[in-house]
Design a protein around this ligand. Structure first.
Ligand code: GLY
Ligand code: MN
Ligand code: MN
Length: 442
């Protein structure tokens, strides 16, 4: 079966939603690193979701109305460019392989797009993905829609396409779930390998290198984000990516690393001792975070609100930190003043998919009184569950806890009756971690 049928079906589903309208989506441009060198190209996630077409700058029009169809504009074939940068599909092959009804050269877009749009104006909605810069079109996009429209001197209303696509992207298909399971399997394997080669005296970036190698050896060409390999106090910087410190005996190592497989992210965090043995203080905090994570995962059930896992995690962390005398106020005061935020300052979950922080609302649209409720979990959502605890050196906290930073993060699929942890292959129990760390060191 042509794997692009799923992409074509998404365009058909979008046409049903658009009614008479038209959607315009362009791919990202390449991004220069410096003279003649580009960063590795990665398609815009919305563009990819609707096309699977891998070339920069391409534009697609998805047309509703009485002649529903999808049209792609892409670079023309050009041998002299292909000598340097490789294969270019060209419009003919792009339509054939990616199942578009019509295709044209990007060189002709300013001529052909206005003609196509003419049938859609006036009074028809044009949907596009907004960027941050406003324009007189209402929404700014990186294609020249305003120019195309003003050729007819009609200013149509531009509508936000991202909301429609975000709703579609939040529910994963069987095919997407299979890819995300494999992405999580590869990332879990990389974490297991990292555990087995960790030892005092290595550098964080050496562990990062082994993780990236595992991703690639197992079929994932890129990481989904810059890997965080943070030993000791570095783990208290949430987005630490320097990865250039030496691993010290007695410290913990926090690794937040996931790969990208067929554009789908995994996102896993594990924390374990560099020397393979938790100190008593490290074990205490680890157990609090692990309990919080397990309780949070138990709240991932269809129909539950999105914030239920976060609330469960806070509850566990507050109880644990009060028991350990790290939080010294009463439970009521801790909640009222949100004193736990000194140690657990981030959210527990985000959606996961084509983007590591994936598309999709977290709150329903506000009602008339301005209030909005969290969304509810639905079967085939995928999210992370990742509570943490980070203790900066602080005179109010017993010294043995200073510099401990722990996060445990799994990727969780909402099933018909509960959840499935896609990243369950990565160990997280204390005895399993202690048995595994350093066991490949000579
Ligand atoms: N790795 C980014 C995050 O966990 O959200
Ligand atoms: Mn995450
Ligand atoms: Mn992460």
């Amino acid at each position: 079966m042509n794997k692009y049928i799923e992409f074509q079906n998404r365009r058909k589903n979008l046409i049903d939603i658009l009614g008479d309208g038209i959607a315009i989506i362009s791919n990202s441009d390449e991004s220069s690193r410096n003279r003649d060198c580009e960063y590795p190209f990665r398609s815009d996630s919305y563009f990819h979701y609707l096309s699977g077409f891998p070339e920069p700058e391409a534009v697609i029009l998805i047309l509703g109305g009485n002649q529903p169809r999808s049209v792609i504009f892409c670079k023309p074939k050009e041998e002299s460019k292909e000598i340097w940068n490789g294969y270019i599909y060209g419009p003919e092959e792009a339509a054939k392989q990616f199942l578009f009804d019509e295709s044209y050269s990007l060189d002709d877009i300013d001529k052909i797009a206005p003609k196509i749009l003419r049938n859609y104006i006036p009074n028809k909605n044009i949907y596009c993905i907004p960027t941050k810069i406003p324009s007189n079109c209402g929404l700014k996009t990186n294609v020249n829609i305003q120019n195309w429209l003003s050729k007819k001197s009609v200013v149509n209303e531009c509508c936000d396409l991202s909301k429609i696509l975000d709703n579609m992207r939040r529910l994963k298909s069987e095919g997407e779930i299979n890819i995300m399971q494999e992405s999580a399997n590869i990332a879990a394997q990389a974490h297991i390998h990292a555990m087995s080669i960790t030892k005092p005296g290595k550098y964080e970036y050496q562990i990062e290198g082994e993780i990236l190698n595992q991703f690639m050896q197992n079929g994932a060409r890129y990481p989904a984000y810059s890997s965080i390999v943070a030993s000791g106090i570095n783990a208290c910087t949430l987005h630490y990516i320097e990865n250039n410190s030496i691993l010290n005996d007695g410290d913990l190592l926090l690794i937040d690393a996931g790969c990208e497989l067929e554009s789908y992210a995994s996102d896993i965090t594990r924390t374990y001792p560099v020397n393979g043995k938790f100190s008593s203080a490290q074990k205490d905090i680890y157990q609090v975070v692990l309990n919080a994570q397990k309780e949070a995962i138990n709240k991932v059930i269809p129909g539950n609100y999105f914030d239920a896992p976060h609330n469960a995690a806070i509850e566990q962390i507050v109880n644990g930190l009060i028991d350990l005398k790290i939080l010294k106020a009463s439970r009521d005061e801790v909640f009222e003043k949100e004193l736990y935020k000194e140690f657990f300052m981030h959210r527990t979950s985000h959606w996961l998919g084509l983007d590591v922080h994936d598309a999709g609302q977290y709150f329903e649209d506000p009602t008339e009184d301005g209030k909005s409720k969290p969304v509810k979990f639905e079967e085939n959502n995928v999210l992370t569950v990742e509570p943490g605890c980070y203790i900066k050196p602080n005179s109010n906290v017993p010294k043995e806890f200073w510099g401990i930073g722990i996060r445990i993060e799994d990727d969780v699929l909402v099933t018909s009756s509960g959840s499935k942890v896609l990243s369950e292959n990565a160990p997280k129990e204390i005895e399993d971690l202690e048995g595994m760390v350093g066991n490949l060191n000579e």
